[in-house]
Design a binder for this molecule. Sequence first.
Ligand SMILES: Cc1cc2nc3c(=O)[nH]c(=O)nc-3n(C[C@H](O)[C@H](O)[C@H](O)COP(=O)(O)OP(=O)(O)OC[C@H]3O[C@@H](n4cnc5c(N)ncnc54)[C@H](O)[C@@H]3O)c2cc1C
Length: 381
Amino acid sequence: MDYSQYSVVVVGSGFFGSVIAERVASELERKVLVIEKRNHIGGNCFSEIDPETGIEFHTYGTHIFHTSNEKVWNYIHKFTEFNNYFHQVLTTYKNKVYQMPINLETINQFYNVNLKPFEVDDFLAKEKAKDKIASPPKNFEEKAISLIGRPLYEAFIRGYTKKQWNKDPKDLPEFILNRLPIRKNYNESYYYSRWQGIPKDGYGKIFERMLSNPLITTQLNTNYFDIKDKISKDAILVYSGPLDQFFDYKFGKLEYRTLRFESEVHPYEDYLGTSVMNFAEESVPFTRIHEPRHLHPERTYGQKTLTIKEFSSLDDGTNPYYPINDEKNSNLVKKYREEAQSLKNVYISGRLGDYKYFDMHETIASALGLFEDKIRPSLKA
Ligand SMILES: Cc1cc2nc3c(=O)[nH]c(=O)nc-3n(C[C@H](O)[C@H](O)[C@H](O)COP(=O)(O)OP(=O)(O)OC[C@H]3O[C@@H](n4cnc5c(N)ncnc54)[C@H](O)[C@@H]3O)c2cc1C
């Protein structure tokens, strides 16, 4: 492979890298090389077909596309149509099923009352006052209780958070809890976004179409760090891998939470009755069960169904999923970002490069922005 022929090299074929590659090839008609260390394109949005049931599932966790950004919605429509899937989340606590995020139905069912929307604030204020939490709250638990009161916190937040972080919420900083949305009505849509859905032909097809331009070469099973010396020094490099790895961890490693999945096939057409069910209690070892057949209500699947249990843990460096935005990691990111700014023709971004949790529409918007603001002007010059 002659790496020197490419004026743009993109590391990573997730949404960030694929948008950049697609824009450079179709808008600027330049050759682009996409390097991907995995054996497939699409990054964490990759989906597969379960061989036993024929049901499509998302390999790295269920991905629901949603956005209110018209530019992103128009852009993604060049590569896919969406079905009419509507995302709703339920949670099981003590053998009963409740709506999440907490809404009027959750509150009424949990307390066995029949509050009206205008009565919720007073009701919760009395619940919160019972604990007399001093302001400002000292930890996650105090903050949660100060927002929703102890009973709702202990039922729906405490056990789930402990499983997510493998830490008692008393030992978690208060700032990781920005807000606990409480809905004072019966709205059960998980997202407030203007548009939502699942790609009709699956996520894989989006990436195939984005990278199908003959000016784009995609090299799978290739780690950038193994070939970086072969890339032309004049090429623009867009790197969407881990920020700390780019600098050989010189200031230290950034920490992540990760997920582990366990699949099961059941001899029923429907097991959960919904696409995702949270399990709030600490005694249940997993955080959620997914049932991917519900993501495609427009498809006809067979008599068996697939479920996937989700377990949460700290990442050992193999599967970085969710950044941990505590003080230690934020300070490290600052140092790495300062280094990154001194590099010429190198753009480090995407969810791993920015060390930020981005939903897909935010990743796409960020890549479109980088293309317009930096890459288009520098390749035109
Ligand atoms: C469990 C989970 C569930 C999610 N659910 C949703 C959801 O429901 N809705 C939503 O909008 N968003 C969701 N997201 C967010 C979504 O996954 C991200 O917005 C999106 O994947 C970010 O794209 P990216 O290209 O930045 O990163 P990635 O998809 O991670 O792509 C980065 C790519 O770079 C490759 N790479 C890294 N290092 C190297 C290297 N050295 N050499 C070569 N290749 C390399 C990786 O293999 C990977 O393919 C979820 C995320 C997670 C973790």
